[in-house]
Design a protein around this ligand. Structure first.
Ligand code: SAH
Ligand code: SF4
Length: 372
């Protein structure tokens, strides 16, 4: 996989460690140079080859000719009263996305994007309503974390600021498999961003074939956007369910847990007033999840202009949670963060991309990625 055209320098942020080793060997260097480079880039957040003082001067000069660290451009930064931070980033080509950092006691979570827009067309999602623009490259995905690390004042000796990364911004990560999986590997590499394997989470709306594939190929935490307890409701708001219904989806989840020896799967369930938030829905959910390694995360819906849905009342959300817990299914309610800066996952970059979004909506589901 190449991150460049023949006229461009290679963006090192797109290379896994073995990819970088191959790159330096092709330059006539020893493979261990890749380890040194990785340390500079990820442990010290240094992007300027000239500052990498334990590399020979001539190697640094040649690197500067053929390689670079190209990050997205920061268009703006906002900090919420609760400490949540949001950056608007622009990629080459002009597309914009947002990255959100959520500090909590003992951890810091970065919410990143895998695509500009999304093809999946879920009925309650602002990203889905915008249509699809393009996949982000591995370098563009890693670049979001690298930039946030640098902006947050990451120091190799100090406490880690970003402890968790979630692919819960724009896009369906498993529809951009070939770029997302290497990006996750770079994040989990101990010489790279060195995040624990349980702390990089891929959230999917349910691309079943790709779920089987990640079970074989990588080792991340898995979150699944369920949002409804039966096929009739789910097919209406998550169209991919018509191709991969709940039964197949859950089988893929339990396979993943077994194969990966994972703790379990987190199921996101967005609470839509009068639609999927009734007690009978909670009881149906208990029936399908009871006895399995599942945790349900109830998410207050974030309304956006033009949506037909409304947020469920706090009372309805709590009642729903109580039924799940009584039925033996672990459940939590997601606190909303950064409300004052519109930093909720699932509605990122809504406004920015109104201006830059290619409005051609491609409704085909991205199954060809399975073979990529
Ligand atoms: N495409 C992936 C990951 C990005 S969406 C997925 O669907 O899982 C990240 C999360 O935000 C998902 O759980 C999604 O269901 C949720 N989400 C989308 N729109 C939302 C909204 N308007 N309010 C609350 N959550 C939303
Ligand atoms: Fe895409 Fe996820 Fe939004 Fe569905 S919820 S449209 S999969 S970003």
């Amino acid at each position: 996989m190449s991150e460049t055209t023949p006229h461009e320098r290679t963006n090192l942020l797109g290379l896994t460690r073995s990819g970088l080793e191959a790159f330096v060997v092709a330059m006539g260097e020893k493979p261990f140079r890749a380890r040194q480079l990785y340390k500079w880039i990820y442990k010290r957040a240094v992007g300027d080859f000239d500052a990498m003082t334990d590399l020979r001067k001539d190697f640094r000069c040649r690197l500067a000719e053929v390689a670079e660290l190209r990050t997205p451009e920061i268009l703006g930064t906002q900090v919420s009263a609760d400490g949540t931070r949001k950056w608007v980033l622009r990629f080459e080509g002009g597309q914009a996305i947002e990255v959100v950092f959520i500090p909590e006691p003992g951890r810091g979570t970065l919410c990143i994007s895998s695509q500009v827009g999304c093809q999946m067309d879920c009925g309650f999602c602002a990203t889905g309503a915008q249509g699809f623009n393009r996949n982000l490259s591995t370098a563009e995905i890693v670049g979001q974390v690298w930039l946030a690390n640098r902006e947050l004042g990451y120091s190799p000796d100090g406490d880690r600021v970003i402890t968790n990364v979630v692919f819960m911004g724009m896009g369906e990560p498993l529809a951009n498999y070939r770029n997302v999986v290497p990006a996750a590997e770079i994040m989990m590499d101990d010489l790279g961003l060195d995040l624990s394997r349980r702390r990089v989470t891929i959230s999917t709306s349910g691309l079943v074939p790709q779920m089987y594939r990640i079970a074989d190929e990588t080792n991340v935490a898995l979150a699944v956007s369920l949002h409804a307890p039966n096929d009739e409701l789910r097919s209406e708001i998550v169209p991919i369910n018509r191709r991969h219904p709940i039964k197949d989806l859950l089988e893929a989840c339990w396979h993943y847990v077994e194969k990966q020896n994972a703790r379990g799967v987190t199921f996101a369930y967005v609470m839509l007033d009068g639609y999927n938030d009734r007690p009978e829905h909670a009881r149906e959910l208990v029936q399908i999840l009871h006895g399995h390694p599942a945790k349900v995360n109830l998410i207050p819906f974030n309304p956006f202009p033009g949506t037909r849905f409304q947020r469920s009342s706090d009372a309805a959300v709590e009642r729903f949670r109580d039924i799940l817990i009584k039925g033996g299914v672990m459940a939590t309610i997601r606190r909303t963060r950064g409300d004052d800066i519109d930093a909720a996952c699932g509605q990122l970059a809504g406004r920015v991309n109104d201006r830059v979004m290619n409005r051609l909506r491609d409704k085909r589901f991205p199954t060809e990625e399975v073979r990529a």
